[in-house]
Design a protein around this ligand. Structure first.
Ligand SMILES: Nc1ncnc2c1ncn2[C@@H]1O[C@H](COP(=O)(O)OP(=O)(O)O)[C@@H](O)[C@H]1O
Ligand SMILES: [Mg+2]
Length: 202
């Protein structure tokens, strides 16, 4: 994260966890994510400035920081989409440098930028993601109904994604990101554009 920018990491398990030490940053089965001195430069520009943290299994962990602080860039490195300039990271016991393809199959990622195909219907988007994650026919049907129910979109399944409100699109995108029931989920600003009631449901 750029020098001068303020990024906080918030962990929501217990207040005692807020402070953490480097000694906790080891890859153990209890840790879902372990990051050490992770850095990303775009040319001379430092987008992520040697970040270190760990996230335990079952823990909900959040980044707080202003626009441009490097939150999305950090998430994209953890998802195996972007190669770090230096530092290391393990996600679900897999190395973000050398096992990015395995990581992609095992996580859910809801990107900040829109990840749905606007010219597909609601259920076609769900089918598309089920296909990417190679769900079997029976599983596909079950998980589609689950996503439609979770997102409150059962009645709108035949509608084009482009005509959905922003909040519905976010809920559909969340459903698509977790259609394969991944053990680890990365959500990048999932509730932007979502009304307060739906936000609570998220
Ligand atoms: N592909 C890229 N090339 C150059 N600069 C980038 C690229 N991606 C992000 N940045 C820059 O890195 C910084 C961090 O961006 P980002 O991770 O999107 O921040 P955040 O998600 O916290 O708002 C920003 O200044 C952004 O312009
Ligand atoms: Mg961002």
């Amino acid at each position: 994260m750029p020098c001068g920018g303020h990024v906080m990491v918030a962990r929501f398990l217990s207040a005692n966890d807020f402070l953490f030490s480097k000694s906790a940053m080891v890859d153990t089965p209890e840790n879902a994510v372990v990051v050490c001195d992770l850095e990303k430069r775009f040319g001379a520009f430092v987008a992520v400035n040697r970040v270190s943290f760990s996230v335990r299994r079952g823990e909900i962990f959040g980044f707080l920081g202003p626009n441009g602080a490097g939150k999305s860039t950090t998430i994209r490195m953890l998802c195996g989409i972007l190669r770090p300039t230096s530092g290391s990271g393990m996600v679900g016991g897999l190395d973000i440098r050398t096992q990015s393809e395995e990581i992609k199959a095992r996580i859910g990622y809801m990107s900040q930028k829109f990840s749905l195909y606007q010219d597909l219907t609601v259920e076609e988007n769900i089918d598309f993601y089920s296909g990417i994650y190679r769900l079997s026919g029976e599983e596909r049907r079950k998980r589609k109904e689950w996503v439609l129910g979770m997102a409150g979109l059962s009645e709108h399944r035949k509608r084009l994604t482009s005509v959905l409100s922003g909040g519905w699109k976010q809920r559909l995108a969340l459903g698509c990101a977790i259609v394969h029931q991944p053990p680890i989920v990365f959500l990048d600003e999932p509730t932007s554009g979502v009304d307060p009631l739906s936000r609570r449901r998220f």
